[in-house]
Structures are given as structure tokens and as C-alpha cells.
Design a protein around this ligand. Structure first.
Ligand SMILES: Cc1cc2nc3c(=O)[nH]c(=O)nc-3n(C[C@H](O)[C@H](O)[C@H](O)COP(=O)(O)O)c2cc1C
Length: 184
């Protein structure tokens, strides 16, 4: 059975993005574990923590809980990231998660020539988002996640699942979401 990691970056309590992600998780099946980025403690790396992290990585000691996100990410067969479209990209907690997941020796390493090589086992990463407007670029949200997944984590198969126009006057939000669910 596939190990599925659900990274929940949905901040609002009645999140439409999370609704689509729930449909996708139902469709994928497998054994799902979740990381809720609304939890306290999802904070940017401080100078002190970064120095500790660098020293632990140098001594290849990955036992500290600060490496838990990276370990969970590296061990998953399928990854589902749900993140609403915020300010052309995604909520900042997702960047914090990625910062804490990109750990040399767990999710990627470097060849002798300095080229990053992925160490994760995931065969597929889904990025689920919803957008208030329509037709805005995905480069800074999904595009970024796709780039780091393929260039650092070694996950080549990434897929965008989206619904747009949810906040536009006159749009039938329920109809848009139902159509997106049907597509999933
Ligand atoms: C802080 C914030 C920033 C947002 N930025 C954008 C944006 O740049 N472009 C856009 O079309 N919609 C933007 N929206 C609207 C959301 O993309 C839209 O409401 C989305 O469906 C929210 O997903 P959710 O229901 O999962 O929270 C923003 C909403 C919030 C709360």
C-alpha cells in the first residue's frame, strides 16, 4: 500500500483547496499521514536553529525532531500538497515547510561536481490549489514547487490540480468546485 503524505497549507477553516485535496486523497487511497502547517511551531529557521542544523548535518546526525518533516517527505510514495493561491504564490507556512524539508542527506545530496541529486522515494507529487481570480500565473506557486521537487528532491512527476475564479462576482462557486471534484 502506498504511503501518502498530505501537506496541508490551507489556513481558512472552510478551505475550498482542502475540499479538493480531500477528494484527491480519497481517489488515491493508500495509507495517508498528514502534516498540518497551521500547527504552532511552523516558523522560519532562526540563526540559532540554522547553526545547530548545519552542525548536525555535518556530523550526519539526523535524530533531532527538526528533521521530522524531511524524513516524512523522503519516505512517502506519493505527496499531496494543498495550498490556496495567495499573493501569486502560496501561504508562507509552505515555504517554511520546504525550507525545513530541503535537508542535505535526507531529501537530497550533492554529487562530487556539486549537482543536487534527489534522495526521496516519491513517484508523484500533486499540488492542489484554488484561485480567487482567473488566469493568473502558476510560476511562483506550483512552478516553484515543481522546480525544487525535480531539481533537488528527484520527483519528476508533478501535477497541478486547480479551480479558478472562486471569488469572482457572478461565478457559481459550488459549480466550479463540483466540476473540479469530478475531474479529480
Ligand atoms: C491572503 C490571501 C491572498 C490572496 N491572494 C490572491 C491572489 O493573489 N490572487 C487571487 O486570484 N486570489 C487571491 N486570494 C483569494 C484566494 O486565492 C481564493 O479565495 C482561494 O480559493 C482561497 O482558498 P481556500 O478556500 O482554500 O482558502 C487570496 C486570499 C487570501 C486570503
Amino acid at each position: 500500500m502506498d504511503k501518502v503524505l498530505f501537506v496541508d497549507s490551507c489556513i481558512r477553516s472552510d478551505s475550498r483547496t482542502k475540499r479538493l485535496a480531500a477528494k484527491l486523497l480519497e481517489r488515491i487511497g493508500g495509507s495517508v499521514s498528514s502534516i498540518d502547517l497551521k500547527e504552532p511551531g511552523v516558523v522560519p529557521l532562526s540563526r540559532i536553529e540554522l547553526e545547530k542544523r548545519e552542525s548536525l548535518i555535518a556530523s550526519r546526525d539526523y535524530s533531532d525532531p527538526m528533521f521530522d518533516y524531511a524524513k516524512a517527505f523522503a519516505a512517502a510514495d506519493v505527496i499531496v500538497i494543498a495550498a490556496p493561491y495567495w499573493d501569486l504564490s502560496f501561504p508562507s507556512v509552505l515555504k517554511v515547510f520546504i525550507e525545513r524539508t530541503a535537508v542535505r542527506g535526507i531529501t537530497f545530496t550533492y554529487t562530487d561536481d556539486g549537482v543536487p541529486v534527489g534522495l526521496t522515494r516519491a513517484k508523484k507529487l500533486y499540488y492542489v490549489t484554488t484561485m480567487g481570480a482567473e488566469g493568473l500565473p502558476y510560476d511562483f506557486g506550483f512552478g516553484y514547487v515543481k522546480a525544487i521537487s525535480s531539481m533537488y528532491f528527484g520527483i519528476r512527476d508533478t501535477e497541478l490540480i486547480t479551480a479558478e475564479g472562486l471569488d469572482l462576482d457572478g461565478n457559481d462557486t459550488e459549480k466550479i468546485l463540483s466540476a473540479a471534484e469530478k475531474k479529480i
